[in-house]
Design a protein around this ligand. Structure first.
Ligand code: AMP
Length: 394
């Protein structure tokens, strides 16, 4: 009987899912989809690998499914479609594993309680990540569930890299740089040896440029530093997030503008970044297509912030052998890659115009001292792979 692994990535208003089927040693994607607008007008769609719709449903305006209702619906859909398939387990993307979880873990009620402790560290993501785990433990307690963490890959960072200049006791209490997008970086690290032995063995900076954006410095495919810190609002400017910000600005907003924590959170996470500067969109494609000066300014700042953070990570590594672009913008936007590569010419990077415009994977000339690559990330496959490994080990 074929064995399937379901991957769930639950956010604040949507649940994305993928179904992988074991094919010898391989895990092959069979179906992917999502239920979005969970609290307003839910809509479910599932597609096969060929893009054909294999399931679709819409609930009316004003209807609410919530995370629990969506998971129940999804279970029903999977049961209906799973004819003759053995569900080996469900893997979940969980943003925070804290100091305790440096590896994926099988979730039982005790582990779930431990993961709930990290809700205050990632209040906008962790509760939504945990909601389907809790529901599934209630509904199907025999189905193995595995939590895979966005922080885990960065647990190899040295203490010094993780520290803020705050009193040391705070570091011990967990106020430190964790880093995120770890599943994406781990996937890139896993495929890097196929593309370049030098990049895999040496000093590589990976740029995960999606709606959320960060950069990770790898040495020998292990994370040594990253642009995100205590929360996923740090580092690069993103679609709607500020990126790094003088903490004095937050104090000013509280003292002089009377803003409370929730108002500042909304400002920093939802109203800033590309959207905040352009006042047009958080979506890079829309901004690239726009002739509005503020759209251009938002792109200029986006690229400038990458240039600054790149310098910082290059210094942390003591040099760079390769740059790897990934995620929505990194994989698909030749103009943004061109700007970032040209801004990094001082590192010895020489862009190959035709290769970059063609989408890569190789982006640089034969003479370039630093290799440039564009590689698609695959966080879902990483989660499915971890889930299989954890389940098999038990
Ligand atoms: P992700 O979060 O990885 O799905 O990435 C989403 C971001 O990638 C959005 O800002 C999209 O506008 C951007 N994106 C996707 N395709 C392209 C493209 N062809 N050119 C520029 N940006 C793109």
């Amino acid at each position: 009987m074929p064995t399937a692994i379901v991957v769930i990535n639950a956010g604040s208003s949507s649940i994305k899912f993928s179904v992988f089927v074991e094919w010898g040693a391989e895990l092959r994607l069979q179906v992917r989809g999502q239920i979005e607008r969970l609290f307003t007008a839910p809509r479910f769609v599932a597609k096969g690998v060929d893009g054909a719709v294999v399931g679709e449903q819409a609930w009316g305006e004003g209807q609410r499914l919530g995370h629990d209702g969506a998971l129940d619906f999804l279970l029903g859909f999977l049961r209906e479609r799973s004819g003759g398939m053995n569900l080996a387990g469900v893997g979940h993307r969980v943003v925070h594993g804290g100091l305790e979880y440096a590896q994926p873990v099988r979730v039982d009620p005790r582990v779930l309680a431990a993961l709930e402790k990290y809700v205050p560290l990632a209040p906008l993501h962790q509760p939504h990540n945990l909601a389907p785990i809790r529901r599934l433990l209630e509904r199907a307690p025999d189905v193995p569930q595995v939590a895979c963490f966005d922080t885990a890959f960065h647990r190899t960072n040295a203490d010094l890299t993780q520290m803020f200049g705050l009193p040391y006791a705070m570091f011990e209490q967990g106020v430190r740089r964790y880093g995120f997008h770890g599943l994406s970086y781990e996937y890139i690290a896993s495929v890097l040896p196929r593309h370049s032995a030098r990049a895999a063995a040496g000093r590589t900076i990976v740029l995960h440029l999606g709606n959320g954006a960060s950069m990770c410095a790898l040495h020998g495919c292990r994370s040594v530093a990253s642009s995100m810190g205590f929360t996923a609002v740090d580092g690069l400017m993103m679609g709607t997030r500020t990126g790094n910000l003088d903490p004095g600005v937050v104090l000013y907003l509280m003292d002089q503008r009377g803003m409370d924590a929730r108002a500042i959170e909304k400002l920093l996470y939802n109203e800033s970044g590309l959207l905040g500067i352009s006042a047009i969109s958080s979506d890079m494609r829309t901004l690239l297509d726009s002739s509005e000066p503020r759209a251009r300014l938002a792109i200029d700042l986006y690229c400038y912030r990458i240039r600054r953070e790149l310098g910082s990570l290059a210094a942390a590594l003591g040099g760079v052998d390769a740059l790897v672009f990934t995620a929505g913008i990194g994989e698909n936007s030749a103009p943004i890659r061109a700007r970032v590569l040209d801004d990094a010419a001082w590192l010895g990077i020489e862009r190959d115009t035709t290769a970059n415009d063609g989408g890569g994977p190789l982006l640089t000339t034969a003479a370039s001292r630093v290799l440039g690559l564009a590689l698609p990330t695959n966080e879902e496959l990483m989660i499915a792979t971890h889930t299989r490994t954890v389940i098999r080990a038990q």
